[in-house]
Design a binder for this molecule. Structure first.
Ligand code: FEO
Length: 396
């Protein structure tokens, strides 16, 4: 059974959702699933904008056939070739042999790499700003390299002010009947987790795309994951502007890597001290108990972070080491950080944490607190001093 949805009389959603996949990209948990979006534009010529993951190929193909109602497919526009969107490009080319593929040179190369024997002669490569007239609709193509792969472009329908934005402005989470973000409370938490982990490293490139987008009269954004945006575009763009500059939105987060509980004991006390000083909404995470993708997202959200860890193998506890390397891989910067370490004989955690994050343009708050084996009342003064410094930093 098809599940195509009408957006306008001449524009249809033909994507589908996957609720079975545990790990997106085989690494990120998606407890609420994920949608693979595809759009079909009907004009004098017909154009399919992106395909879908192989897991939903059946219903996707049925959606396309249902909306075409026997018409031919004239164009397949490939904005992004990562297999969650590009895995069924060859299947569409084979089913609609008259369709011309429109994409960047980078995407054309990838089509050849992903699919042995792909009919590459049917590909028309487009450059920045090139246009395609379908009849009433004129599409303009803008490159968006590294948002989130190098071959990416976005497609702007000049006639309707619709931006087909590829991975940008997407989110984890399957669609649950609602097609538009304004039909439910937008889940900026999952959108942030998607952004931080998938695109987070490429903030500079996202800023470049946003500069191009600022010159367009955008009335609707159709991403490749998650709901369509037709309202509150300023709010959405504002979030992306903050995230792509690595600017924290709100709040203070304590990331704690504790082995036997001593470091966590101290961080529970620090959280209380912060609350007593008026720093509300502090989040304290045992980072061994959380998937890293949620922690990276929280690091992007917060304005200040406390990094507290036990020492381990003359370095830092493995959960913190993994987390900080992941943060660095996402070029985490422009935040305030404070350090707490614990060590029974040769505390090495703070030095190691600072070494991992060296060069990341982070502002250190307060003095490093060093615990010995467990948290003791004699450590309270150092924690109070750190709470004061964090409190002052949060008020700046
Ligand atoms: Fe949703 Fe980069 O693919």
């Amino acid at each position: 059974m098809h599940n195509a949805r009408m957006i306008r009389e001449d524009l249809y959603y033909v994507g589908a959702s996957d609720r079975r996949l545990n790990l997106f990209e085989n690494v990120y948990p998606i407890p609420m699933g994920v949608s693979y979006n595809s759009y079909l534009l009907l004009d004098e010529k017909t154009a399919l904008l992106d395909t879908c993951d192989r897991s939903v190929e059946g219903v996707f193909m049925e959606n396309v056939a249902h909306v075409l109602k026997g018409r031919s497919l004239d164009y397949l526009i490939v904005n992004h070739m990562e297999p969650d969107h590009g895995a069924t490009v060859l299947a569409v080319m084979e089913k609609y042999p008259q369709a011309q593929v429109i994409c960047t040179a980078g995407a054309a190369k990838m089509i050849g790499q992903f699919f042995d024997g792909a009919p590459l002669g049917r590909i028309r490569m487009v450059k920045e700003g090139e246009k395609l007239c379908l009849g009433k609709h004129t599409l303009a193509f803008y490159t968006a390299p590294m948002v989130h792969w190098p071959e990416v472009m976005v497609t702007y329908d000049e006639t309707e002010g619709t931006l087909f934005s590829a991975d940008a402005f997407g989110t984890f989470g399957a669609l649950n009947g609602d097609l538009y973000a304004d039909e439910d409370k937008p889940d900026f938490g999952e959108m942030r987790r998607y952004y931080a982990n998938i695109v987070g490293k490429y903030g500079v490139q996202v800023q470049n795309l946003m500069k191009k987008a600022a010159k367009l009269d955008i009335r609707m954004i159709c991403p490749l994951h998650g709901p369509i945006w037709r309202q509150d575009l300023d709010k959405l763009l504002g979030k992306y502007d903050l995230w792509s500059r690595w600017e924290g939105e709100e709040g203070l987060v304590i990331f704690c890597a504790s082995i036997y509980g001593g470091t966590m004991n101290a961080m529970e006390r620090l959280a209380s001290m912060l609350s007593e000083r008026g720093v509300k909404g502090v989040k304290l995470y045992d980072i061994s108990a959380q998937d890293k993708s949620f922690l990276v997202s929280e690091a992007f959200r917060c304005k200040a972070a406390v990094l507290a860890s036990a020492s381990y193998n003359a370095g830092v506890f493995v959960a913190m080491e993994d987390f900080l390397h992941d943060l660095k891989a996402h070029d985490f910067k422009n935040h305030r950080v404070a350090y707490v370490e614990n060590g029974s004989w040769a505390p090495s955690a703070a030095k190691t944490m600072k070494a991992i994050l060296e060069g990341q343009a982070l502002e250190t708050v307060g003095e490093t607190v060093t615990l010995r084996s467990a948290a003791h009342e004699k450590d309270a003064a150092a924690l109070e001093a750190l709470a004061d410094a964090l409190c002052a930093a949060m008020k700046e």
